[in-house]
Write a protein of this length. Structure first.
Length: 237
């Protein structure tokens, strides 16, 4: 009985090690293909400074980057500091961003976070996750984007699209975005995080689309899983 337990334990350890090695191998494949496909990457959201980057990321929730850029193009030429938006007031902010989804909620967040930035941070965007996530309308993903794209701090923002792709590519078990972020940070070197999360977004839009690739046609999917024949089902975040 004791020997049987030892044998089972040894088998489980080897099985886990095998699984980890597979993850590492797939991560290397993903990184290689993405670096070759997108050797240089640009930030999709247009901004004038770190504050407008924060606003744009907040506006991008449930909205495309293209739509956000179209709306903010005319806004940021005139309004690009917290006191500008406080002076505008909620109603005028609503009018400026009314083409964006849930614009009333977002206008409230922009107005309130602008007031808080002036009151507590002298009009500057704070440089820590903790302080950013205390701002109205700012969650962990938004804070991660600002930290990585605004301040250059190593971060790995994970949205529903990255969550879906990480599942398809066998890099996470797909429980939630929090677990996916932990898994991706474990598998990829910290020096790659800021560029990699953008590369994944671009690749998903161009090659591994939700209703096109299905996990069986793009280069990453076919290289990581050459024997996969049926469309892969992913769990929602």
């Amino acid at each position: 009985m004791v020997n049987e337990k030892k044998t089972r334990s040894l088998f489980n350890e080897r099985h886990d090690e095998f699984q980890i090695m597979n993850e590492i191998q797939r991560a290397k494949i993903v990184l290689k293909i993405l670096n070759k496909t997108y050797p240089k990457i640009t930030v999709p959201l247009k901004s004038r400074n770190i504050f407008t980057l924060l606003v744009s990321v907040l506006l991008s929730a449930q909205c495309t980057d293209v739509n956000v850029n179209n709306v903010t193009r005319n806004i940021y030429s005139r309004y690009y500091e917290p006191y500008h938006f406080v002076k505008l007031g909620r109603k005028k902010i609503e009018k400026l961003i009314k083409k964006i989804g849930i614009f009333r909620i977002k206008a409230k967040s922009i107005y309130n976070l602008s007031k808080l930035l002036i009151k507590k941070y002298n009009g500057k965007v704070p440089k820590t996750f903790e302080d950013l996530e205390k701002l109205p309308g700012v969650g962990h993903k938004t804070a991660s984007v600002v930290m990585s794209q605004g301040f250059g701090y190593p971060a790995f923002p994970v949205d529903t699209h990255i969550h879906r792709l990480a599942q398809r590519w066998g890099l996470t078990n797909g429980k939630n975005v929090i677990q996916t972020e932990k898994d991706l940070k474990r598998l990829f070197p910290k020096k790659n995080w800021n560029k990699l999360h953008l590369q994944i977004i671009y690749y998903g839009r161009e090659y591994c689309k939700a209703r096109d690739c299905f996990g069986i046609t793009c280069k990453i999917c076919t290289t990581c899983y050459p024997k996969r024949k049926k469309p892969i089902k992913t769990k929602k975040a």
